[in-house]
Design a protein. Structure first.
Length: 171
């Protein structure tokens, strides 16, 4: 049910790759393996619990617009990451090559306009989300030495969970 909503496979693969790289194993090979490790499962369970708790918190406090804004921001942050990183994945590289500057600017403009109508603090949340996505993706890249679709999925989930905390604490 939450498979498309929470990128559990990406979280599992990235967590396993980070821990495998500590012992000198090839992180890319670990990500491509069909098996999952104990650390990956623990991280996935933690992410699912945090994500569900964040969604329930926002809904219980009638923060539906904030929830929608967080979903928009996390996906816009991926567009930014596509422009910034060099990928070790042919699919992600093809997506990057197809993402023109014109499309990127149009997407950001449209979604900033929509988000600002939905929520008056949208631009503030957007800046925080973009910064978080950049920092998280750089941190993961420093640990496993590459960026691929799994890194993007884990980054998206991390940004959403952290934005749930930001909204809960400050808005």
């Amino acid at each position: 049910m939450f498979y498309g909503f929470i990128h559990t496979e990406a979280v599992i693969d990235v967590a396993d790759a980070i821990y495998a790289s500590h012992s000198g194993k090839d992180a890319y090979r670990i990500i491509k393996e069909p098996t999952v490790g104990a650390m990956g499962v623990l991280y996935a369970i933690g992410f699912v619990l945090l994500k569900v708790a964040g969604v329930i918190y926002l809904f219980n406090h009638h923060l539906l617009m904030e929830f929608i804004a967080i979903l928009i921001i996390s996906r816009l942050s991926l567009l930014m990451l596509f422009k910034i990183h060099i990928f070790k994945s042919s699919f992600a590289t093809l997506l990057k090559e197809s993402l023109s500057n014109r499309y990127l600017i149009a997407s950001f403009t449209l979604f900033i306009a929509i988000g600002s109508i939905l929520l008056h603090k949208f631009i503030f949340l957007l800046l925080i989300g973009l910064l978080l996505a950049y920092i998280i993706s750089l941190w993961i890249k420093s640990k496993i030495k590459f960026v691929n679709g799994d890194v993007l999925g884990a980054t998206l989930e991390s940004v959403e969970i952290l934005l749930f905390f930001v909204v809960a604490m400050f808005l």
